[in-house]
Design a protein around this ligand. Structure first.
Ligand SMILES: Nc1ncnc2c1ncn2[C@@H]1O[C@H](COP(=O)(O)OP(=O)(O)OP(=O)(O)O)[C@@H](O)[C@H]1O
Ligand SMILES: [Mg+2]
Length: 268
């Protein structure tokens, strides 16, 4: 695939490309002409001060917001106007900045629900094709059990998620996204509100997903230590605009980036 102009990145295979995308809400320009590419199997981080437009960009990729202009492609296919369920069916999974689990449901059921777009038999067809649907259920259950084991949630599978500690709920959210067997995983502050040890665990899980499954990861994260540790490339947004793109080392030394962060600190 050819690289969209302006969307600088490394030398890998482009999996997801965002080209000159913009979105306004009333008078607020949340995202202005942003371009970036996520390479297959790599970790791309999106960083920037509060209100920079990070979540809005993720919402456009996952189909929750429709861009005012610009284009988003997955493996060259234009997905700009796809609804969230279609984007998910193509293998783009996400977690939310604020935990969005079904609190009354168990860990296991939340993960099974995360798999529903992979299921061919709904309730009615399950009734009609009982044998096939049952076999499918067993396969899905096996996959979900693998994820439970990977995330070390074995002892919690029957617990309602609402009763779990915050860090564990974040881990279940990751599990629910993984249940989709995604090609691309969008993570909106998966370590937000965590202590250092929980952050390190989460960073390890993200790297394992990337390395073992070759999943492409787009990560929004505020903790610079984590970002610098696990990212292949970093895109920096400030007030809706892309102000830098490069390796963690490059963006860290970029005067524009330093200025944006110092400015944000002064304003806080
Ligand atoms: N649905 C919406 N309606 C109105 N304004 C919105 C909406 N979504 C985002 N915005 C505005 O767009 C701007 C960018 O917000 P966004 O949530 O994308 O930033 P962010 O970089 O994720 O910030 P944070 O680090 O605080 O999560 C903000 O000014 C925000 O108020
Ligand atoms: Mg956000």
């Amino acid at each position: 695939m050819t690289r969209p102009s302006g969307a600088v990145a490394g030398e890998g295979v482009v999996q997801l490309a965002v080209e000159n995308v913009g979105k306004s809400f009333g008078g607020v320009r949340a995202v202005e002409d942003v371009s970036c590419v996520a390479e297959k199997g790599k970790v791309l981080s999106i960083i920037g001060p509060n209100g920079a437009g990070k979540t809005s960009l993720l919402n456009m990729i996952s189909g929750f917001y429709k861009p005012d202009h610009g284009r988003i492609t997955l493996d060259g296919r234009d997905i700009t106007s796809y609804a969230p369920n279609r984007v998910a069916a193509l293998g783009i999974a996400r977690t939310f900045q604020n935990i969005a689990l079904f609190r009354g449901m168990t860990v296991l059921d939340n993960l099974m629900l995360g798999r529903h777009v992979r299921m061919r038999y709904g309730v009615l067809s399950a009734f009609l094709y009982w044998g096939r649907a049952q076999r499918e259920e067993v396969e899905h259950r096996e996959r979900v059990e693998d994820i439970i084991e990977f995330l070390k949630l074995q002892d919690l599978r029957k617990q309602p998620t609402g009763a779990l500690a915050y860090g564990l709920q974040k881990r279940v959210e990751l599990g629910r996204a993984l249940a989709l067997d995604p090609q691309v995983l969008l993570l909106d502050e998966p370590m937000g509100g965590m202590n250092q040890e929980e952050k390190e665990d989460m960073a390890r899980y993200i790297l394992d997903v990337s390395e073992e499954r070759g999943t492409t990861i787009i990560l929004i994260e505020h903790d610079m230590g984590v970002v610098m540790d696990i990212s292949d490339r970093v895109v920096v947004l400030d007030r809706g605009r892309r102000i830098a793109e490069g390796t963690p080392d490059e963006v860290q030394r970029d005067p524009e980036v330093i200025k944006a962060y110092l400015g944000a600190q002064k304003a806080a």
